[in-house]
Design a protein around this ligand. Sequence first.
Ligand code: F6R
Length: 366
Amino acid sequence: EKGGYPDFMLKEIYEQPRVVRDTLVGRLAPNGELDIDELGLSFEELNVIDRIYVIACGTSYHAGLIAKNLIESWARIPCEVEAASEFRYRDPIITPSTLVVAVSQSGETADTLAAIRDARIKGAKVFGITNVIGSPVARESDGVIYTKANKEIAVASTKSFIGQIVSLTLLALLLGQAKGRLTTGQVRMLFHELGDTSAQIQRIFDTQLDAIHEAACACQGAQSALFVGRGMGAAISYEGALKLKEVSYLHAEAYAAGEMKHGPIALIEPGFPVIAVTTKSPTYDKVVSNLKECEARGARIIALATEGDEDIKRIADHVIYIPPVRDAFSAITASVPLQLLAREVALMRGCNVDQPRNLAKSVTVE
Ligand code: F6R
């Protein structure tokens, strides 16, 4: 059942190139328009949306953080991302032109479902993004996109996270097109680049396993680890830290790199592992200067950098290289080595990577 892999987590991580492909199959019509009929809303109806909430929990919430960047930059619609457990107990501003996007692998997370019900009563349109056909999230939403991850068995989400990001990216492209912000030509180009991430993930498997192993050795004996990045890199860091703590029980925190000097830099002492997302982006230089401050205090720096970036070796003790990719799609590639890193650290620390203690695959009670 594990298909020759030692654990489901590794098997599922290796399925990710396929998940990208399958989630995109049939989505670009020959006329260059995106085909997401299951959403059940016309371009005109999409065009009136003026506020978006992405609601979800855990890893799915992190997929939402990534989507916010894309939706705001391509469609220029204000987008908030909120933990479903918070959203359901406050009084969010909802009008008939509000879209709520509920993201849930299992499609049965109690807080996410409660938030969907509440949002619909208040008059919002609700889209579900789920991995489970016919699940409560699918049934109770106005429209649904299925992530084509297939059944995910390891408790820690990996392939479903990648399926969520790809699905949310499609939604952001569609909204950008409906709002007249992206031309058909731009959508087609971005769609093809999105598809290219499948081969880029495979390339990470083919070339970076030794580098990931070395980075894991650097983390395994630590008391704690810090993940930092900016923009997309911050969102990637939040998920990297969650993955590490849930499977390896090593304390990890993630911070937007610009926040370091407002507190977390006090943690840094010689040998402290700092995992930094330093892929090429508009804030690359800013992240590097934050890292210099960590380096000066003796941090052990593990950088996720873009292939060809030799300069990063001047400050990083370990470098994991990611194929060059547009910043908008960097979460799809850069998240993968962080999943592998978490798994390796967990194995070195003797943990059961498929079934971490205290966690359940679906959280159907509050
Ligand atoms: C982390 C993890 C959890 C889930 C969260 C939401 O690896 O699996 O954080 O992401 O419990 O679950 P779903 O997506 O099923 O609503």
